[in-house]
Design a protein around this ligand. Sequence first.
Ligand code: SF4
Length: 102
Amino acid sequence: MEPINRRRFLQFLPAAAAIAAIPALAACKKDLSCADESALTADQKATRKGVQYVDTTMTPGKPCSGCKWFKTAGAEACGTCEKVPGPIHPNGGCLAFVATGS
Ligand code: SF4
């Protein structure tokens, strides 16, 4: 068996981080919905629509919980976002996604 060198180890780190995030996602409350826009202004609703926010990301590996703009409120509640107004689902997603650490 070939020993793992430093380069291969560093290449493996992003995949390891993604794998480590899976239990956190699985811990989300199954029926949690963050789609209620009733408290938002028309402009705020337009912002959500403009970035195509959804409660379940359309891009695998890019959930709100992995985005630098996401502020968690725990697995049982909707979080918030520095870029998108309103309640934000940890498993949600939008076009403004930026990976944490970027
Ligand atoms: S920018 Fe988009 S992907 Fe990132 S936390 Fe906000 S809503 Fe989620």
